[in-house]
Design a protein around this ligand. Structure first.
Ligand SMILES: C[S@@+](CC[C@H](N)C(=O)[O-])C[C@H]1O[C@@H](n2cnc3c(N)ncnc32)[C@H](O)[C@@H]1O
Length: 176
């Protein structure tokens, strides 16, 4: 399954930290890329810098109007909202898709988004966060890809350790 994320309503000053986390979560949990509906060159640069060091050069990040993306996306469009139907009811249907667009908001999402998406899905019916909602959906869909994913073009890599920070760089040199 090929998964993309659409982040709607990003406000460059206010949302820069959460939007960065949305993008990093998309990448780390196995999505192929993320669209924003507004341009934020600083944010895009920061994400690309992470990709440069940690790998995943094929991860897409770009901007386009949300309407264009929702009209033209070839695949299943799932909007994450606390007002939607529980993921537990729809997970099997969502898993059948070859291509998936996951839509997450920032501030209030335009009502049209609810109509243009194929499914409005809740990760519980309590308000929480787009980062949490995205992580849960990606983990359930890709069945733990976050624990398997590694990037062959990474310049640095962590060696898991119980007590130390162990990182290797390209030359194989160990730092702690
Ligand atoms: C901080 S919330 C703000 C939502 C906004 N108040 C509204 O009414 O649309 C930002 C985003 O987190 C996601 N989100 C928050 N809670 C959720 C939940 N329980 N289930 C699914 N998505 C959720 C939605 O994508 C939402 O647009």
């Amino acid at each position: 399954m090929e998964v993309f994320v659409l982040r709607i309503g990003h406000r460059p000053q206010r949302d820069k930290r959460v939007s960065m986390h949305v993008a990093l979560t998309a990448r780390a949990f196995g999505a192929k890329g993320i669209y924003f509906d507004v341009e934020d060159s600083k944010l895009f640069e920061n994400v690309k810098e992470v990709i440069h060091r940690w790998g995943g050069k094929d991860f897409y990040i770009g901007h386009e109007s949300w309407k264009n993306i929702l009209q033209n996306f070839d695949g299943l469009k799932v909007h994450l909202t606390m007002y939607g139907v529980s993921l537990t009811e729809k997970i099997d249907a969502i898993k059948k898709a070859d291509r998936l667009l996951i839509v997450v908001g920032a501030e209030k999402v335009p009502p049209e988004v609810y109509q243009m998406c194929d499914l409005n899905i809740a990760i519980g019916s309590q308000p929480h966060s787009e980062v949490a909602a995205l992580a849960v959906l990606l983990d359930r869909l890709l069945e733990g890809e976050v624990f398997r994913l590694s990037f062959s073009d990474a310049k640095i890599r962590i060696i898991p350790s119980e007590r130390e920070k162990k990182v290797i760089d390209l030359s194989g040199e160990e730092k702690s």
